[in-house]
Design a protein around this ligand. Sequence first.
Ligand SMILES: Nc1ncnc2c1ncn2[C@@H]1O[C@H](COP(=O)(O)OP(=O)(O)OP(=O)(O)O)[C@@H](O)[C@H]1O
Length: 614
Amino acid sequence: MTSSVPEIAQPAGRETILVRGVKKYFGPTRALDGASFSARAGEIHAIVGGNGCGKSTMAKVVSGILPVDSGTVSILGETPSTPAESRALGISTVYQEVLVADESSVVDNIFMGSDRLFTKTLSQERKVVRAAELMEELSGEPVDPHALVGTLPLGLKQWITIARALLSEPKILILDESSAALDFDSTERLFQRMRALRDRGTTILIVTHRIAELVRISDRATVFRDGRDVGVLEKADITEKNLLRLMTGEDRSSGHSHAEAPRPRSAELAMRASRLAVWPGGKTFDFDLRRGEVVGISGLDGQGQDAFVRVLAGVMPAAQGLVEVAGRDGTWSPVRTLPEAVAGRIAYVSGDRKREGIFASLSIFENMVMPLYREKKRGGILGFIDRGTLATLFRREAENLLIKFGVKEDRITSLSGGNQQKVLIGRGFAMRPDVIILNDPARGIDVGAKTELYRHLRTFAEEGKAVIYLSSEIEEFLGFATRVVVFRDGAPFDAFDGRGLEPKRVLEAMFGQTGGEGLASAVHGLRPGVEGAGDAAHDALLPSAGAGSGPRIRVSVPDRLKPRPVSVTPPAPVLPLAADPSDPVPPRSRSTIARPIRIVEFGENGTRIEGGRP
Ligand SMILES: Nc1ncnc2c1ncn2[C@@H]1O[C@H](COP(=O)(O)OP(=O)(O)OP(=O)(O)O)[C@@H](O)[C@H]1O
């Protein structure tokens, strides 16, 4: 990868990681309960399993940062017991949480913690050059090495953590959910890099919930369940079906793809937006949300879909226009702020739990029932709720979403990442809303919980309530969304009926390659405003796109066609439940370059088939 580091010479096939009968308890929680696992030089080895089954704990044990209670751990013949020892052995880890110092520069973040190794001899100028090279190689776009990391979008922050791990050309590279903040194209680049390292003898451990990705990249996979290894699959046997069977211990398929999406029984509206523009100067449009439907929202990164759902949820003000929610008595009330949204029984669930989700210092229980407490204090509509009722609500949501926890009074940060996300989803439902707005909520949650979530939301819609569901994975909409609205350039560009939804058509719309006919159909409840959202169809060859802070989209764009991003700072959102209010909002990137596209098709069960289109 770099001339400044030595080549690795690991004989392929040699066992580099050997873990036997390891136990690791956190109080009453058995994170690892007699787990064994081994990996070889020159292989990409996946650790797979449901939320809370012990994957991250195993990754930390192998990294040498977590001592075990019992069992044996041998990494390259040694047992590192401090991060420094493990680094000296050649182990690099990219952790699940994106760990960067926002107030430091890109170069300082990349070289953080590595001064005692080979980089000691590098001058600051060389480090700056190296950081710039690495970031351009990895992220596919030039990144100012002096830029403050806090001003960068999540995807670039994730690349910084990966660049840091790759600096020393590790013998063992551990990637714990490291592609979670990367879009499809970036994930592909990461995979190429992983394959090159693997071919030079590195052992790569990956932990991921993206099953289709791990089927593609892994040479072997060890499946965990309840803190124990329950099977090892060789490359030829790594299929979605086999993985699920081992993960759940049952024979069942992943999906909801054969299920029917909810259909509204009447034309009664739950919400409406008129003359709405989500960005200053953006195109205006009208939008109706009916009772009884699930509306899927999608788009390429930074096309306004993220702003749209936040505006609907009262989390961010609209640049123009009015959003209203229908009361149970049929009256309409404006939604301009979060309190107005809460009063209108709108709940918001964010997939970005670090920035606008969890309260790290509070318990699991408090995190779930927090909005109800607040209402109680103000004597609002939920003011009658007492602690006993809260406990019942908590239990119900925890059961519904299969949340795995020890004691509900434990801090939320003691939960696995996926279980933290489930608490946020549970919080949304616990508010007993009439409209629930979910912003890419399924990041990091396992397939069992996803299925439960879809089932829950489908029932919710069938009860006459309404769902807005933004997702970066089109597969999520199959058999689930009543209709799907695709955003481009800050406004709806096209819309599709959920029945017979073709993921390929949705992808084409994201790239401006469809005619926008869906906008003309009254079924989709979309009407162009004065400037005309319908104009979007004519602007198809002048799309704007960029690597903003929005969700990841599984679409591949050739590097040479990538736009050069220009930062535009969006208005600061009102964060409803910000863990860290000082956390800056990543800039949105936009550009105006037409791009031919490469489509990734979806086969059975949502597995990807790479296809081509000039
Ligand atoms: N520091 C900690 N304190 C208390 N409990 C913990 C701690 N770390 C992990 N646990 C618990 O150990 C169990 C395993 O957690 P781990 O993070 O390893 O799961 P995981 O398989 O990586 O899950 P996910 O897919 O959700 O990331 C969980 O029940 C979790 O709540």
